[in-house]
Unconditional design. Structure first.
Ligand SMILES: Cc1cc2nc3c(=O)[nH]c(=O)nc-3n(C[C@H](O)[C@H](O)[C@H](O)COP(=O)(O)OP(=O)(O)OC[C@H]3O[C@@H](n4cnc5c(N)ncnc54)[C@H](O)[C@@H]3O)c2cc1C
Length: 553
């Protein structure tokens, strides 16, 4: 027996990237089938903990931010990152990050000032994915086939034909789609099928990870709990993340550059050194994994009608917690491009923007993550032998180490630049105007309306977030309500381009936006700006939608 499906887009893999892509496509009116090997809502391995503000902004648009915000650590559990000699030892410094109950209102922290309606969220992937799955499963237009593996596909002029297997019944599944997107993780078969190869740095670091239950650990802490706790001492350095805020923890034991064999390091001994506990301390291993941190990028993200997103396209050591977040950014980039073309208002040329925009950004993030991992390794390996020494000398040493740890790590745990600073500077569908986008680091950024940048966020006079007021597709943001934009609206209407005109009234908007008109794309990046309408609005819109110009034809 063969089961047959026909949809516009086939998504392979329902991890966080595949689910986000599928929801966004479906919300834009596209029929989507998502195939996933795992059972319905089955949690993945314990890994990601940091959901970036930019990702939460996306989840807000998709209608799932509130449910996610209410899930994870207990509402009052500190989301701080603490640096100590051991998890139960002396504290060196602490990066303050608000608990989720205070996340929207807290002030004075290194990430509390960010111009966003949705600050970051700390939640493990084992809690995140079931919430995303439930939301996706209730999205009209989206069919999720669990326990279904896509085995192969072929492309022709009009679409893609994929075959797969229902793992439980053995039935064959056949899907006909206009496009296929591989969100099938690090071992992606779709990547292989499109002939893409990974290259970069094979080994950035080796990590022994252990997920364990230890109900007594919280009671042994000498300081306020933290979401992430780093232990630095001359015996063993590593870190622990609170998973349920009560009794489950994920511990990473970072091997030194000389330790190339996982088996050469006694896991139990290392865990006890990092925690700072003796042989009497009891813990139960739930799962364990030995893994190699890498920096790898696929040399292409597309072959005609097949695309790859997320870990299928890039893998890097999870410094700054940005693997999934970058993958979701890929998905949000590709999703509106595919939808605009499938909905008939953008040309096929619009799809060229995906690789042109996302490849350079993911390459940059991969370097940020690797360089940070190498700096951290240096810091771990330089930990002073007498860091635990009592008395004023030890105190001074710990204070100095604490400052250095804070300064380096606030960059990854409050990575504003990765969230808001990146810009698309070589896109075929952005109208550049000669001004360079502000440079950014992992930590720093400058909001800007230079085309290609994220549309800056402001709170409107009526209390709404700008992002809640934007239209679902293009929005012409007007800072001067007296400007006549009918010609622009007419040119959009003539091309079937959904366009909303939004008058923005906010105290700081005029100086922040710097132009009277700013055109925001469906993914909240700036496509064009000006102080007057463009001389040929139609030609501009044709360029932005990747279509041959109707004006010049
Ligand atoms: C220790 C650790 C900590 C991390 N911390 C963070 C963090 O804080 N923040 C962050 O952003 N990232 C973090 N990451 C990275 C993050 O976990 C990954 O980037 C993320 O899971 C990638 O999502 P994905 O959807 O692309 O792939 P995956 O999560 O791997 O999902 C791929 C899915 O595809 C399915 N699949 C595969 N092949 C097929 C097929 N042929 N047919 C059907 N289905 C298929 C799989 O079953 C799987 O469910 C961390 C990673 C590690 C290892």
């Amino acid at each position: 027996m063969t089961r047959n499906y026909e949809v516009q887009v086939l998504v392979v893999g329902a991890g966080p990237v595949g689910l986000s892509l599928s929801m966004d496509l479906a919300q834009r009116g596209i029929t989507v089938l998502t195939a996933e090997i795992r059972h319905r809502g089955e949690p993945p391995n314990v890994k990601c903990n940091h959901v970036a503000a930019r990702t939460m902004e996306i989840f807000r648009r998709l209608g799932v931010a509130r449910a996610l915000r209410n899930t994870g650590l207990p509402p009052d559990y500190p989301n701080d990152v603490a640096y100590r000699t051991t998890v139960t030892g002396m504290e060196l410094s602490r990066i303050p990050i608000p608990a989720r109950q205070d996340r929207y209102t807290a002030t004075g922290g290194p990430d509390t000032w960010w111009p966003t309606p949705e600050p970051p969220h700390r939640i493990n992937q084992i809690y995140l994915e079931p919430v995303l799955f439930a939301h996706a499963a209730s999205t009209p237009g989206l069919t999720i086939l669990n326990r279904t593996r896509i085995d192969s596909f072929v492309q022709d002029e009009g679409g893609v034909s994929a075959t797969g297997t229902d793992i439980d019944s053995g039935e064959m599944v056949h899907v006909r789609a206009r496009y296929i997107v591989g969100c099938d993780g690090g071992r992606s078969e779709v990547r292989r099928a499109i002939g893409a190869t990974l290259s970069g740095t094979d080994v950035v670091g080796r990590v022994q990870s252990t997920y364990f239950r230890a109900p007594d650990l919280l009671g042994l802490l000498k300081h306020k709990p933290a979401w992430g706790t780093f232990a630095l001492n001359p015996r063993r350095s590593g870190n622990v993340y609170a998973i349920d805020g009560r009794e489950t923890w994920l511990l990473h034991n970072y091997l030194t550059s000389e330790e190339t064999d996982f088996e050469s390091v006694d896991r139990d001994w290392a865990i006890r050194q990092i925690l700072g506990v003796g042989p009497e301390f009891r813990y139960e291993i739930i799962s364990k994994e030995d893994w190699v941190g890498r920096r790898l990028l696929a040399n292409r993200f597309r072959d005609r009608r097949a695309f790859i997103c997320g870990d299928a396209a890039h893998l890097w050591i999870p410094m700054a917690g940005y693997g999934m977040n970058a993958g979701i950014a890929d998905a949000m980039n590709l999703s509106w491009l595919l939808a605009s073309h499938l909905n008939g208002w953008a040309g096929e040329g619009v799809l060229d923007a995906y690789e042109a925009e996302r490849w350079p950004i993911t390459e940059q993030v991969s370097h940020f993550a690797m360089n940070h991992a190498l700096a951290l390794q240096k810091q771990r390996e330089a930990v002073p032998a007498d860091i635990e020494q009592p008395g004023p000398e030890g105190e001074a040493l710990r204070a100095a180490c604490g400052r250095a740890l804070y300064d380096l790590n606030v960059q990854q745990y409050c990575c504003g630049g990765l969230n808001f600073g990146y810009f698309y500077d070589r896109s075929p569908i952005v109208a550049y105007d000669g001004e360079a986008a502000p440079s950014y680091t992992m930590y720093d950024f400058t909001p800007s309306t230079v085309p290609g940048c994220r549309t800056p966020h402001v709170w409107l006079d009526d209390g709404r977030s700008l992002y809640d007021a934007l239209g679902p597709e293009y929005t012409l943001i007007r800072l001067d309500p007296a400007m006549d934009v009918h010609a622009f609206e007419e040119a959009a209407r003539a091309r079937g381009i959904p366009l909303k005109v939004l008058d923005v009234k906010a105290p700081d908007a005029a100086s922040l936006f710097g132009r009277k008109l700013v055109l925001s794309r469906p993914d909240q990046h700036v496509a064009w700006r000006g102080d007057a309408l463009p001389p040929d609005a139609g030609a501009l819109l044709d360029m932005l939608r990747g279509a041959e110009s109707q004006t010049t034809r």
